[in-house]
Write a protein that binds this ligand. Structure first.
Ligand code: PHE
Ligand code: ZN
Length: 852
């Protein structure tokens, strides 16, 4: 497989040709689709002779140049290109080809999800539909006609506005769509099916009327209400906060079951994984509701940051993704709780991005090379990308940030641009020099900051030293420029000052006048995505007194981490930590926030700090701490549980969500006692609660502590929901993440369950993907967990390479494993790499992990 080609940013060349208009006709049949593609093309580089279009395994039927059928001698069709020889300065091409959507299991291009025809073209799916200049800097005006059987496919959708329709004699019908906004091919979409729909409207700030539709499989219409409400909230928010209005009179969303990712921002026709649309109290958890709100908003926000202004090339992906994630995070913070949202964002960043950044697949938010671009829709490009935008926001402040955004929209609307163009606008409007800051775009890995402090003669000295890790190829990297929000607290916890320091040098001393030695509260709000190393920090004090909700949380986490690490070294349990935890239990705080403060560090965050990872030791230490806390505070935890447990409530207001979150945290902690009393409580909660949030947590607890009760609850759950794919995915996840003996065998057997379907990515993620993050059994020392996942990668790669390379991500921690685990994992990774016809997606990930 070593012949996989690497694509470099430095090789970027402007397109030699542009496509002005693209008129498409799709004739959809059950066993094939015929595509007619008529393009008006201009030559931009007069030295070019031949037009080279991208294609992927297309069956070309006919080709016309300026209305004359082209003889075979005038073109060359190969696996990945169609070359039209010797073309003029301005011409028209008509291409006719055949594709097979019902056989498309990669879910890129035109495919079928159940009985629905749909498309996914980002980043390079359009070339699987018709030959094209399939790159984001070629923007055309699209007109699309869909023709299909009227009974099976009454709904025919594409981008833009509906222009006309017609009926044919043979029971078929056609609809023509026109999108006035020039766009790259990756934003093209079509949908055909027999769908249910809910309808609403939105009136924009300038009084334009927009019709809103959400389409779904019939019977699911009532589960689309929350998505619709979220859409309207997002439209309003973008007007209020960014001054951006929607620009078509129609906004369509379609939910499909088979989708590789969360959702896709196609112009005027978003296509969604149904997991991010469908919800009702009986089937969705509170977290699901939040997820829907944020993904609906994310795709909506792309209309300006992504669609109106798009990327020049795929190396610029973070231009639209980092920025749009930052926008959706701020939206969620405004709609819900700011403090909780920020902590959730940081948690997500650390769980996924920090792990990636520490692995051999680490890359800058703007990579400079790739093998498979699909592998770069990463936590780094998205989540770290959002942190980088947030730092700009912190550096220049809300007002100038908004001026920078306005300038960006004014200057680049309708264009395909680079991250540098965005930074130019921010620098100009912000009045800051961002040259040093740009290193965040081109360097990889998580920087550290070492904090040393001293106090003498009324001077508090803080010495900050940057530790900048080398890149994956061991080249050295330079110090970063960033905002570091700090505060000094006095002995009673009062703030003496709060300040944003600008960090720009390798090492720097900051001096503050103070009467007595202050306590330092550092990286408030997580103002920079870095790791702080601070020996003198006073976690117990900050847990109790810091008014910055993030640092209070962070101190609780750090204190717990140090306590667990001491246990891992065989030392005793730190009593001071246990006391500090008790204070939090008594604290009067927002309930959701309190639930976060009481959460112990994840296994992943413990593992990230270890030099060599051994999961058994981590689990043992964490369990020991959990048990100790649960037995020490049993009465208080039970009291919190009883006070907040409202089985008959299914409300979705902040207070109800907070109550569920807090009492479920208590119950989960108590479950470490493995007692009948707690099992009974969990069982009652399973039987009596009206919400899925409560049922799932109860099931999860029963699965870990009670054989008998879990068997009957799982049975009940299965029978109740076996027809509901999204709920069954939760069921598979509970079993795949179980710590019970025999989990691997059960997971293997569940692949044959009637409710499971390996062709649908959500199922694979819920069972196989979740198992690959079950540290206990995936990392079992006999290597059987690794072998199973390696086998699945090989199998699934043949169906859907993107899904397979997603699974391969579970091996990213290879390097840091203890010898025993590392050796068995290596055998499996090498075995995968030896497979013939391995996709470049899987090859790229595994070859980078093994450094071959
Ligand atoms: N652009 C999509 C988003 O971030 C993600 C996506 C990428 C979906 C590639 C499908 C394929 O919203
Ligand atoms: Zn996006």
């Amino acid at each position: 497989m070593s012949q996989v080609e690497t694509i470099y940013l430095k090789d970027y060349k402007a397109p030699q040709f542009l496509i002005k208009t693209c008129d498409l006709v799709f004739e959809l049949f059950e066993d094939y689709t015929q595509v007619t593609n008529m393009m008006k093309i201009t030559k931009e580089d007069k030295s070019a002779k031949d037009l080279v279009l991208d294609c992927a395994d297309l069956e070309l039927l006919d080709i016309y140049l300026d209305d004359a059928k082209l003889p075979q001698s005038r073109y060359i069709i190969e696996k990945e290109s169609l070359k039209v020889l010797d073309v003029g300065d301005e011409f028209k091409v008509i291409l006719i080809n055949k594709i097979y959507p019902h056989l498309n299991s990669e879910l890129e291009g035109l495919y079928k999800s159940g009985n629905i025809f749909c498309t996914q073209n980002e980043p390079e799916g359009f070339r699987r539909i018709t030959p094209y200049l399939d790159r984001p800097d070629v923007m055309a005006v699209f007109k699309t006609t869909l023709v299909a059987d009227k009974e099976r496919y009454p709904i025919l959708l594409s981008n833009g506005n509906r222009e006309s329709n017609f009926k044919l004699d043979d029971g078929r019908h056609g609809i023509t769509w026109f999108d006035p906004h020039p766009k790259p091919s990756y934003l093209f979409a079509l949908v055909a099916g027999d769908l249910g729909v809910i309808e609403d409207k939105y009136i924009t700030k300038s009084k334009k009327y927009v019709r809103l539709y959400i389409y779904t499989d019939k019977g699911n219409e009532s589960k689309c209400k929350h998505a619709m409400k979220s859409l309207k909230d997002a439209m309003k928010w973008d007007e209020d906060v960014y001054g951006r209005e929607y620009d078509l009179s129609l906004y369509n969303i379609v939910a499909v079951d088979s989708f590789n990712m969360g959702a896709m921002e196609n112009k005027g026709l978003n296509i969604f994984n149904s997991a991010y649309v469908l919800a009702d109290e009986d089937s969705a958890t509170d977290a699901n509701y939040m997820g829907i709100q944020s993904v609906i908003a994310h795709e909506y926000f792309h209309n300006w940051t992504g669609n109106r202004i798009t990327c020049r090339d795929w190396f610029q992906l973070t231009l639209k993704e980092g920025l749009t994630v930052f926008r959706d995070q701020c939206f969620s913070a405004d709609m819900n709780s700011k403090e909780v949202q920020r902590i959730e964002d940081v948690k997500a960043l650390r769980e996924r991005q920090f792990v990636e950044d520490a692995s051999p697949t680490a890359h800058p938010i703007q990579p400079d090379s790739y093998m498979a671009i699909n592998n770069f829709y990463t936590a780094t490009v998205y989540e770290k990308g959002a942190e980088v935008i947030r730092m700009i926001h912190t550096l220049i402040g809300e007002k100038k940030y908004r001026a920078g955004m306005d300038l960006y929209f004014e200057t680049f609307d309708g264009q395909a641009v680079r991250t540098n163009d965005f930074l130019w606008a921010m620098s100009k409007a912000g009045g800051v020099d961002l040259e040093l800051f740009k290193r965040w775009y081109h360097q990889s890995r998580t920087p550290k900051l070492k904090v040393d402090e001293s106090f003498e003669d009324g001077e508090f000295r803080v010495t900050l030293t940057q530790i900048v890790p080398n890149a994956v190829d061991v080249t050295t990297q330079s110090a970063y420029y960033y905002p570091l929000k700090i505060a000094l607290l006095d002995k009673s916890g009062e703030e003496i000052l709060e300040k944003v320091l600008i960090i720009s040098k390798e090492s720097e001393e900051f001096i503050f006048k103070a009467k007595s030695k202050p306590i330092l509260s550092i990286n408030r709000d997580f103002s920079a995505p870095i790791i702080i190393e601070h020996k003198e920090s006073n976690y117990a004090f900050l847990m109790k007194h810091d008014k910055n909700s993030f640092v209070k949380y962070e101190s609780a986490q750090s204190f717990a981490l140090e306590t667990i690490e001491a246990l891992m070294r065989g030392e005793g349990l730190d009593k001071e930590y246990v006391v500090a935890y008790g204070h939090i239990l008594e604290d009067e705080l927002d309930l959701s926030y309190k639930a976060l403060l009481l959460e112990l560090p994840s296994v992943s965050s413990i593992m990230q700090r270890a030099e060599v990872i051994d999961f058994e030791i981590i689990y043992e230490a964490k369990e020991k701490l959990q048990k100790h806390l649960a037995s020490t505070y049993k009465d208080k935890l039970l009291e919190i549980y009883r006070q907040n447990h409202k089985p008959e409530s299914k409300e979705l207001d902040a207070k109800s969500i907070g109550q569920r979150s807090l009492k479920n945290r208590s119950l989960k902690l108590l479950s470490s006692l493995q007692s009948d009393e707690i099992a009974t409580l969990a069982n009652e909660q399973y039987n009596n609660s009206l919400t899925m949030t409560d049922r799932i947590i109860a099931l999860d607890i029963l699965e870990d502590i009670s054989d008998a009760l879990s068997a009957s609850a799982l049975d009940n759950f299965y029978n109740r929901y076996k027809k509901d794919a999204l709920v069954m995915q939760k069921y598979f996840s509970i079993l795949a993440s179980s710590h019970r003996v025999g989990t691997l065998d059960r997971v293997m057997a569940l692949q044959n369950d009637d409710a499971y379907n390996e062709l649908i990515p959500n199922f694979v993620r819920s069972l196989i993907g979740v198992f690959a993050r079950n540290y206990k059994y995936f990392h079992a020392k006999d290597g059987l967990g690794y072998k199973f996942i390696a086998d699945k990668i090989i199998d699934i790669d043949k169906i859907n390479p993107q899904m397979a390379s997603g699974l391969a991500g579970a091996f990213k921690i290879y390097e840091k494993l203890n010898e025993k685990n590392k050796n068995v994992m290596k055998i499996e990774l090498q075995r995968v790499l030896k497979e013939h016809s391995l996709s470049k997606n899987v090859y790229e990930i595994i070859s980078k992990i093994l450094k071959v």
